[in-house]
Design a protein around this ligand. Structure first.
Ligand code: ATP
Ligand code: MG
Length: 485
């Protein structure tokens, strides 16, 4: 709505300023007072100002100042020299950590990663000019009359939902190869469109992108994957060729995924790598991305489970076997991801090594080979077991691992009068197998009885050369066959 006589840009600026003043905490302005009292200036820049204008939750606070780093250190009691050579220190102020960077210009970027040198100055507009996107190049002075500084029309871009490089995008992306990925990251987080020239520069500066450290790529990619605009952002990475520099060719193109049904990062990573044709391709992707070990482990386990996911019509005993083989967490993760994959099991490939390493599951066909997986009139998603089914199978299981058995190794050794040896692991596995088949067997008395029977069947096998099915305990107790559950 226009106000007669007032240019629209000015109304936006006034409204934006109000929003920032309202969103910024009072301690940040008290922080600004410390600079003012020392005759220095400080501005809130980057993400906090941008997000305050957008009404988004504020994450961290980045500030720019005309004080030199050594002067900032003198102004506060607790200061960490985070990147002091480049003018950045972290001030711990009233329980908050604030990154403060001296106004600077960057000279040369011969490695396409870092400036060869920085030099400090007093010009906020020049400092904003070195920043990546116009929406990140808006500053609010933290002083008695806070003023918005917006030399590159970042506000207009914020209102339009447009991501635009500050200056010539080709030049800016060649200086620092991470910026193209940051473009896609912000597009995803904010659900913004990338302006044409900025978008085209992404694909033209791949040589610079290839030089960026894996840690920086990881940090941006993980944020991108969690954004609401992940679909167009991934399409952008693909169309500009960045995906091929982050993931092994074997995992590409990524499957089409209903991302909105997978809110968490773990599930989104599993979906991203669902096409990996072999375990080592998925591992290579995760290693390349330098993900934390715990996260990598659960993604790999989830991917392996995806390839063994039983049909929805599977009997509870089959589901218990699956849970024991895949691990409950991985099994549930796979069951959540599967329905989000367009094309269902066609979006995944059987891993040659999954079945080989999956114990009992080794005899079962891989996910792509399950006969009857495609039921006429149903979608792939409907044919697979759901997380709820798996939950109730988990609840119906009395043990899915040797640790959950009602007897321990020591008890078995005492009962059978034997010293430890490889036989013990085999015996416990056989007991677990029996309990997975019939959960009510998980009592001390029954398991010790089964252990004796196992020993008997073993010696019978050795003596008679008869192949006994010890793990299933078939014929162990004909009077009391395991109920079929
Ligand atoms: P977030 O919400 O993730 O913190 P942010 O925009 O604050 O987003 P930061 O990585 O914290 O991003 O960086 C703070 C600011 O520093 C950015 O807003 C931008 O102005 C500038 N900046 C960060 N990285 C770059 C870069 N690679 N090139 C140019 N400017 C950058
Ligand atoms: Mg930030």
């Amino acid at each position: 709505m226009g106000v007669p006589g007032v240019p629209p840009g000015r109304i936006e600026a006034a409204e934006a300023r109000e929003r920032v003043l309202h969103a910024f905490p009072s301690w940040l302005f008290r922080f600004g007072d410390v600079f003012a009292q020392a005759g220095k200036r400080v501005w809130a820049v980057g993400g906090c100002t941008r997000d305050a204008i957008l009404g988004r939750q504020l994450a961290d606070f980045d500030c720019a100042t005309d004080a030199r780093p050594e002067e900032v250190i003198k102004l506060f009691r607790r200061v960490i020299p985070t990147g002091i050579d480049h003018g950045t220190v972290t001030v711990l102020w009233q329980g908050h950590a604030i990154e403060v960077t001296t106004l600077r210009a960057e000279v040369g970027h011969s490695d396409a990663r870092h400036p060869d040198a920085v030099h400090f100055h007093d010009d906020i507009a020049a400092d904003l000019a070195r920043r990546d996107f116009t929406i990140n190049a808006i500053a609010l002075s933290l002083d008695a009359s806070p003023t918005l500084i917006d030399p590159f029309e970042g506000l207009a871009d914020l209102y339009r939902g447009l991501l635009r490089a500050v200056g010539d995008p080709l030049l800016r992306f060649s200086e620092d190869g991470l910026r193209p990925l940051r473009a896609a990251r912000f597009a995803s987080q904010l659900n913004f469109t990338v302006e044409d020239a900025t978008r085209d520069a992404m694909g033209q500066t791949l040589a610079a992108f290839a030089q960026v450290s894996r840690e920086r790529v990881r940090d941006e990619l993980l944020k991108l994957l969690q954004g609401i605009g992940v679909v167009p952002a991934l399409a952008l990475l693909e169309s500009q060729g960045l995906d091929a520099l982050m993931l092994p060719a074997a995992c590409l193109p990524m499957p089409t995924v209903q991302w909105e049904t997978l809110p968490d990062l773990e599930a989104r990573l599993v979906a991203c790598l669902a096409k990996a044709p072999r375990r080592q391709d998925a591992s290579a992707a995760l290693t390349r991305l330098k993900l934390p070990n715990v996260l990598s482990r659960s993604v790999i386990d989830g991917l392996a489970a995806l390839r063994l996911l039983p049909l929805a019509s599977a009997a509870p005993v089959e589901l218990r076997h699956f849970l024991a083989t895949a691990g409950t967490e991985a099994a549930l993760l796979a069951a959540r991801v599967f329905p989000a994959l367009e094309g269902g099991h066609h979006a995944t490939c059987a891993w040659p090594d999954v079945n080989a390493s999956a114990g009992k599951q080794a005899e079962q066909p891989g996910i792509n080979d399950v006969p009857g997986a495609r039921v006429a009139g149903t979608t792939e998603a409907q044919t697979r077991v759901t997380a709820e089914q798996l939950q109730s199978a988990r609840e119906g299981a009395s043990a899915l691992s040797v640790r959950e058995l009602a007897v321990g190794g020591r008890q078995v050794m005492t009962a059978l009068g034997r010293a430890p040896g490889p036989w013990l692991g085999e015996c416990l596995s056989a007991l677990l197998e029996a309990v997975i088949e019939a959960p009510e067997r998980n009592s001390e008395a029954e398991l010790l009885r089964l252990a004796h029977a196992w020993q008997g069947s073993r010696s019978a096998t050795i003596q008679g050369g008869i192949l006994q099915n010890a793990p299933g305990f078939t014929g162990v107790n004909p009077a009391n066959p395991p109920p079929k559950t």
